[in-house]
Write a protein that binds this ligand. Structure first.
Ligand code: SF4
Length: 197
């Protein structure tokens, strides 16, 4: 079994490396015991990219969807199994899909109510984002202002990179350049995991 499996994916050690888009999807999944199509795709490809194999993915999604008591594993297998196997290239056209980068995520239709895909730096309102940055991530008001500046300029990946630098290196003023710029949720995860080791 890999480092990221149906159980360890819930551990702090793994989850603290997730960018905000992946955290948001995990929270939405936990709250609703379900994710709609775009959310399923975005999270499923992200988890695949951090090393979750197909057996663990099926276990993870089945557990998550059935834990609310509204869906039986039989129904899960009937309605969703194909979707997740397809994402691993095991059904249909057998394409080995790559995890979505930020550009792809930002090119999809925006999430409507009850949907969790997309990029929180673009899709959340300022109040919700400020609360997450200041209380969830413990950032100072100077740091929060700097991130919101990038959000206002619609530079969402720059905002996300600033969050990475601030939460991992304690930086206040962050210069985002080609070396540091994060434009893929899986790159965020990998850099973070590397620093943890
Ligand atoms: Fe996710 Fe990219 Fe948005 Fe960061 S900028 S939250 S990695 S989509």
């Amino acid at each position: 079994q890999g480092e990221v499996n149906a159980t360890t994916v819930y551990s702090e050690k793994i989850r603290e490396n997730f960018p905000l888009c992946a955290k948001n999807l995990m929270n939405g999944l936990k709250e609703n015991h379900h994710l709609r199509y775009q959310g399923r795709q975005q999270l499923s490809f992200f988890l695949k990219g951090i090393g979750m194999n197909v057996d663990d993915a099926l276990q993870f999604w089945s557990d998550a969807f059935t834990s609310g008591g509204n869906l039986t594993s039989e129904k899960f297998n009937k309605e969703y199994r194909y979707n997740f196997r397809h994402n691993y290239g095991l059904e249909g056209n057998r394409i080995n899909y790559k995890p979505w980068d930020c550009r792809t995520i930002l090119s999809k239709p925006r999430p409507s109510r009850g949907e969790y895909h997309g990029c929180p730096y673009r899709d959340w309102n300022v109040d919700k984002l400020t609360l997450e940055l200041s209380q969830g991530m413990n950032l100072s008001s100077t740091q929060v202002t700097s991130i919101l500046d990038s959000v206002q300029r619609t530079e969402y990946t720059v905002a996300c990179t600033k969050v990475f630098e601030m939460t991992h290196c304690g930086s206040t003023a962050v210069e985002v350049n080609d070396q540091t710029h994060i434009s893929h949720p899986n790159l965020y995860y990998e850099r973070s995991r590397q620093l943890q080791k």
